[in-house]
Design a binder for this molecule. Structure first.
Ligand code: GTP
Ligand code: MG
Length: 195
């Protein structure tokens, strides 16, 4: 994918207010701190497009970016971050639900899972939820640079055995540090969005 332009469309934090856009979208889901914002910066090839933080829970809203004026990338707020209030957790959950329930969004979904660990209970729950939305899904095993090459395949295999997703689900091992998986993930996105 040749990136000609990236525009920040805005940050949408409250259910009811997601932007309406006719363009196809790719939306990123995953545990807080798993590397969603980093993955966006790596895909786009520019640091600082999406905010990255060592502290989990950085992205507290859905951030929308337009790429090449042709499609939209959505950085969804992460799940599984305990150090926020119950009402905040609920607000973010409703935001993700609202996005997934919308019938007028043409979107493909990417779920990030930490390659170093087995999927958490919430990861497993979300994999089912995302697959049930009926949209194309790709599981991205990120921070792959932290896993020895020799054990990566086995680690990913064990994680896949835990989630219940359709057989045509994409699977990509990814690293925002080395760029591993970048071309593969772009290929998946291009195919799904037709861009
Ligand atoms: P929230 O916004 O809190 O939901 O987090 P996020 O999923 O957007 O994670 P973010 O991209 O902010 O990254 C969290 C931390 O993980 C940062 O310290 C990143 O530098 C680090 N990180 C992200 N991707 C990778 C990766 O592929 N490899 C390694 N080694 N570190 C990574
Ligand atoms: Mg983030």
């Amino acid at each position: 994918m040749k990136i000609q332009s990236v525009e920040f469309m805005g940050s949408f934090g409250y259910p009811g207010g997601l932007p309406e856009d006719q363009r196809p979208e790719v939306a990123l889901f995953g545990r807080s701190n798993v590397g969603k914002s980093s993955l966006i910066n790596t895909l786009i090839g520019r640091a600082g497009v999406a905010r990255v933080s060592k502290t989990p829970g950085k992205t507290r809203a859905a951030n929308f970016f337009t790429v090449n004026q042709r499609f939209v990338v959505v950085d969804m707020p992460g799940y599984g971050y305990a150090k926020v209030s119950k009402s905040e957790i609920e607000r973010l959950r409703r935001l993700r639900e609202q996005y997934l329930d919308a019938t007028d969004r043409r979107s493909a979904l990417v779920q990030l899972i930490d390659a170093r660990h087995l999927p958490t209970e919430l990861d497993v729950e979300y994999a089912t939820r995302l697959a049930d939305s009926g949209r194309p899904l790709c599981l991205v095993f990120t921070k792959a640079d932290k896993v020895a090459k020799s054990s990566l395949r086995e680690t990913v295999g064990r994680a896949l055995a835990r989630v219940d997703v359709p057989s045509d689900t994409g699977v990509v091992a990814f690293s925002s540090v080395t760029g591993q998986g970048k071309a593969e993930l772009w290929a998946w996105i291009e195919t799904q969005l037709g861009v």
